[in-house]
Ligand binder design. Structure first.
Ligand code: CUA
Length: 151
């Protein structure tokens, strides 16, 4: 008889736990980086939008930032973004797996050859931000940085 009570209690706890995880995942607006687009890593330089990497105006206060990543650089490596603008960042790698992290923000993506990884963000605070590669990619890994200036 007691076993039945405990079993019910156990299942109840499990349901509560799953509900909390499910609700917080949606309510908190967790947005995992997406990688739905594929790209030939050998043709990055001739495939739009990466044939002209950089910031592109898409609308009123809306931009697209396309960055080509290769050992050991980000192209472009100095970017100016207007404060408060909605920016969709697309990244792809020409060689191995790299990282794309901006310390002090929630921006942290993997950069994979063959895929375009994207996320949309807004920089609300003006200042200088550093893009870092946080995935070991070879001898020049520690030098792989770029800068974003929010004005
Ligand atoms: Cu690129 Cu580490």
């Amino acid at each position: 008889k007691y076993e039945k009570i405990w079993l019910t209690f156990g299942i109840g706890c499990l349901i509560v736990f799953l509900t909390v995880v499910g609700v917080s995942a949606f309510a908190a607006g967790q947005q995992p980086p997406s990688c739905l687009t594929t790209i030939d890593p050998e043709k990055v330089d001739t495939t739009p939008p990466f044939d002209h990497p950089g910031l592109v105006k898409k609308g009123d206060d809306e931009y697209e930032l396309n960055i080509v990543v290769a050992a050991f650089s980000f192209t472009p490596n100095a970017i100016e973004i207007p404060k408060g603008a909605k920016v969709t960042i697309n990244v792809t790698s020409k060689d191995v797996i790299h990282g794309f992290e901006i310390p002090g923000t929630n921006i942290n993506m993997m950069v994979e050859p063959g895929y375009v990884n994207s996320l949309t963000t807004t920089f609300d605070k003006p200042g200088e931000y550093t893009i870092l590669c946080n995935e070991y990619c070879g001898a020049g890994h520690h030098m792989m940085t770029a800068r974003i200036k929010v004005v």
